[in-house]
Design a protein around this ligand. Structure first.
Ligand code: R5P
Length: 313
């Protein structure tokens, strides 16, 4: 196996281009179109026989379309004789449905994991997953990368003497601790309950935020309900009204844009794991995952360790 080749679907071509630019290679040619009945048609336009193939495709909204593109790209490469098939999925849709919260529900994350394996993908690379426990539902090896180091460096210039890190729910405590360790800041926690997909309620804040600047950290922003509820509770508890928000995945679906536009956010920092809407009416900074993903592809191709890039525990 001498070469590697990278293909991408339609979910985030600019990230795939950033990765190939960094590696000084070109993107593999493929056809991606729809038949009149809506079915997807994919064709790999160059030989992948015996090659180390990487597919860069977040499972971002519209999640079902992007998932299907990834699966069909993988199936095409497998049938065309790829020697090793790795999916680089910077944002893994369905990851939050990793258990049955109520009766008669699917475990959607598990089904997606099975589909990924069935498609011929032999190894999966993901970034800041909703929970590290997801590794247990994948039967292909999962390399779980973190953007926390690069995001911490991006937010560092905005940190003040009295800033503390806030976890917007109980599930993000470990993530908040990782930011707090890197930035050497204390942690407070918002106590959230989810009412629906769009609405959440924060019951209170654990920790003293009175008179302090805050940095809210989360793995993802979807509808913005979690961050909005946390900000409202923090302001009520007396924090300063110039809030920093950092999240790996900025989806901004539903009413997120309007919600964020109305909040006292000093700066919002996200990665380019997903293609986000342009011209947002609030101060946003985007950190590219291009260098990290390029480094990972190079190391995987050369069988070098990823230990310092991987999330543990
Ligand atoms: C949930 O546990 C996640 O970590 C995020 O807090 C949540 O998914 C964000 O979604 P939304 O922006 O819709 O509240």
């Amino acid at each position: 196996m001498t070469n590697f080749i990278i293909f991408t679907g339609s979910a985030n071509p600019s990230l795939a281009e950033a990765v190939t630019k960094q590696l000084d290679v070109r993107l593999g040619n493929r056809i991606l179109q729809r038949f009149p009945d809506g079915e997807l048609h994919i064709e790999i336009e160059e030989s992948v026989r015996g090659q180390d193939v990487y597919l860069i495709q977040p499972i971002s909204p519209p999640v079902d379309e992007h998932l299907m593109e990834l699966l069909l790209l993988a199936d095409a490469c497998r049938r065309a004789g790829a020697a090793q098939l790795t999916a680089i999925v910077p944002y893994l849709g369905y990851a939050r449905q990793d258990r049955r919260a109520r009766g008669r529900e699917p475990v959607s994350a598990r089904l997606v994991a099975d589909l990924i394996k069935t498609s011929g993908i032999q190894r999966l690379v993901a970034v800041d997953l909703h929970t590290t426990a997801l590794e247990g539902i994948f039967t292909v090896p999962l390399e779980h990368l973190s953007a926390v180091s690069v995001l911490s460096e991006a937010v560092r210039p905005w940190i003040e003497d009295n800033t503390l890190v806030v976890s917007p729910d109980l599930g993000a405590i470990k993530l908040a601790e990782r930011y707090a360790r890197l930035l050497q800041l204390p942690v407070a926690i918002a106590h959230k309950t989810r009412i629906s997909g769009e609405e959440v309620h924060t019951k209170g804040i654990i920790g003293d935020v009175h008179g302090r600047a805050v940095l809210i950290v989360d793995d993802m922003i979807s509808t913005g309900g979690t961050v909005k509820a946390a900000i409202e509770a923090l302001l009520e508890a007396g924090c300063l009204p110039n809030i920093l928000v950092v999240a790996t995945h900025g989806l901004f679906v539903g009413t997120a844009v309007e919600r964020f536009g109305a909040l006292p956010i000093r700066r919002l920092i996200v990665t380019n794991s997903v293609n986000r809407p342009g011209n947002l009416p609030f101060p946003i900074q985007e950190i590219s995952l291009g260098p990290l993903l390029a480094e990972v592809i190079q190391r995987l191709h050369n069988n070098h360790s990823l230990k310092d890039l991987i999330v543990h525990g």
